[in-house]
Design a binder for this molecule. Structure first.
Ligand code: AMP
Ligand code: MG
Length: 284
């Protein structure tokens, strides 16, 4: 999955990336879905370990165009994970109070604490995406934000936050299909927002803004992955694989139990002097 990682500073035009690419998975779609089931189980164990160890903090940032699949990714990837250990923070258009502060003000309180995994559904990146495309602040203001964002994420990483960022890449045609579905399928109508049609007209501007944001802020400590996202199963597989792989590399351990734990058995009616769990019987 490393092929989807963006390298900082490299030339990048996200329009040249293939949203239908499936090349990091050699099996069929059915096999891919089977792999998803396994990876979800592993994620559930790793998340429990993350919580038990209480040392690392994990931040997953999701960005995409409308209908890009942020909600679907959250549903699929975190299905089966204990809800106590995961939190989703969604960032909508800022409120007047939020607008009265710097753009990172509302972001910082949502970053994960020790043992926590937090998913950002949209993020501080909107402040160099929608804000840039709609000229909500002058160019001189959004331009310097790339630097702020890299510095902010560096600080978080230095303080022990593991950061993964995913841009879910769909084609304009796929978006058209998905928007039409929101009109045609009654159970999807609640999601239809006529405003999305206005945003869609600005597709190329968004692609330029994404290209710049990704290449300027994809660092070793907070890498971006541009995920082919026209197929849901493949998108889920890429995100879940990168997440599981990253958590594995943290080499987390359960904390040591209290000393001489078996001495507490009699207090609960158990027999003293029995073998430790997972140890061969001493008499044998
Ligand atoms: P949705 O995620 O579809 O519910 O929409 C949330 C909306 O909030 C999107 O249209 C975003 O572009 C918008 N939004 C999120 N963050 C910002 C921001 N910092 N400035 C302006 N609009 C934002
Ligand atoms: Mg929307």
């Amino acid at each position: 999955m490393d092929k989807y990682r963006i390298r900082q500073g490299e030339e990048l035009d996200v329009r040249k990336l293939d949203p239908d690419d499936h090349s990091a998975w050699e099996g069929s779609k059915e096999e891919g879905k089977q792999r998803l089931v396994e990876l979800r189980k592993e994620l559930a164990s790793l998340q429990e370990l993350l919580y038990a160890e209480g040392k690392h903090r994990v931040l997953v940032v999701l960005q995409a165009m409308d209908t890009g699949g942020k909600d679907g990714t959250i549903r699929s990837v975190f299905e089966g994970v204990n809800p106590q250990g995961v939190r989703v923070a969604s960032f909508k258009a800022p409120t007047p109070i939020e607008l009265a502060h710097d753009y990172l003000w509302r972001i910082h309180p949502q970053v994960p604490g020790k043992g926590e995994l937090v998913v950002f559904n949209r993020s501080h990146y909107e402040d160099v995406l929608v804000v840039r495309v709609h000229n909500l602040v002058p160019k001189a203001v959004w331009r310097r934000r790339y630097r702020h964002i890299v510095d902010f994420e560096r600080m978080l990483a230095d303080e022990g936050v593991t950061i993964l960022k995913f841009y879910l890449h769909i084609s304009a045609d796929e978006q058209k299909k998905r928007l039409l579905e929101r009109i045609e399928k009654p159970e999807k109508r609640w999601k239809f927002n006529p405003g999305d049609l206005e945003e869609r007209k600005l597709w190329d501007n968004y692609m330029a803004a994404y290209s710049d944001a990704l290449r300027r802020t994809s660092t070793k400590f907070a890498p971006w992955y541009a995920v082919p996202a026209n197929s849901n199963w493949y998108r889920n597989l890429v995100v879940l694989s990168v997440l599981v792989d990253t958590l594995r590399k943290l080499k987390m351990k359960y904390p040591s139990p209290v000393e001489n734990i078996t001495q507490y058995r009699p207090a609960l009616g158990g027999k003293d002097g029995e073998a430790e769990p997972d140890q061969p019987d001493r008499e044998a």
